[in-house]
Design a protein around this ligand. Structure first.
Ligand code: ADP
Ligand code: ZN
Length: 229
């Protein structure tokens, strides 16, 4: 079922499944999936000048500075066809990013429709990240591998599967999780105050989380969106 022009955010800590859920949802509703992390990794891989500027931040699990992040996202959104909706994954990560984004939308006579926050307790996240592998080409996430064994190539695009550099070191993982815990609360409060935040329990199987998100969307956009669960 498609929904012209819906502007959604899926947020959650690293390892919460926000990427997996955003991709599934974007496919279902015909929106563009925009992951700031994927965009940055694309620039790193392609060795663009932006890639050079950001690689140290990414490797250490630090946030890329707000001005760089916001400018990149603005470019990406402006490149979309007018009626194309999108799902933002991994943005905003600071209150400043959220406020700048509100201003950008207001200036374009537009607004956010909904923010989904996927909650997973911190103690489960480290394990998920240590087990996660991703496709180097299309960024598809493969949940877990046991004892270092995993397929070599992506079932989606044939790209090489690998561990992300920032998922390979417990210290870097800890740093990213702490950053999220420190910075996400004001963002959550901000969207709560705007009445557009919905929190979802992200501890269950992927399909259950997808269904819970679809239920929220179906009840929020009654008449516009419906799903076959
Ligand atoms: P995860 O949620 O697993 O940490 P992402 O792919 O969303 O993965 O982000 C990976 C890295 O990309 C972050 O650690 C950070 O360095 C950078 N990044 C992504 N999105 C943002 C953002 N909105 N602001 C600043 N840095 C970002
Ligand atoms: Zn792939």
């Amino acid at each position: 079922m498609t929904a012209d022009g819906l502007q959604l955010i899926v947020m959650g800590p690293p390892g919460s499944g926000k990427g997996t859920q955003s991709v599934a949802l974007a496919t279902d509703i015909g929106a563009m999936h925009i992951s700031t992390g994927d965009l940055f990794r694309y620039h790193e891989r392609s060795a663009t000048s932006l890639g050079d500027q950001i690689q140290d931040f990414m490797k250490k699990g630090d946030l890329v500075p707000d001005d760089i992040t916001i400018a990149m996202l603005k470019d990406k959104i402006e490149s979309l066809p007018d009626s194309m909706g999108y799902i933002l994954d991994g943005f905003p990560r600071t209150l400043n990013q959220a406020i700048s984004f509100d201003k950008m939308l207001t200036a374009g006579n537009s607004k956010l429709d909904l923010v989904i926050c996927i909650d997973v307790p911190e103690r489960q996240l480290e394990n998920r990240l240590l087990r996660r592998i991703v496709c180097a080409e299309c960024s598809l996430v493969y949940g877990s591998h046991v004892g270092g064994e995993y397929d070599e190539y992506c079932k989606n695009c044939g790209g090489k599967l690998q561990k992300r550099v920032d998922d390979s070191d417990k210290e870097v993982i800890g740093h990213r999780l702490k950053k999220y815990m420190d910075l996400s609360l004001p963002i959550i409060d901000h969207y709560q105050a705007h009445g557009i935040l919905h929190r979802i329990d992200g501890t269950g199987p992927v399909i259950e989380v997808t269904t819970a998100i679809k239920r929220v969307l179906a009840s929020t956009f009654k008449g516009t969106l419906s799903f076959n669960y």
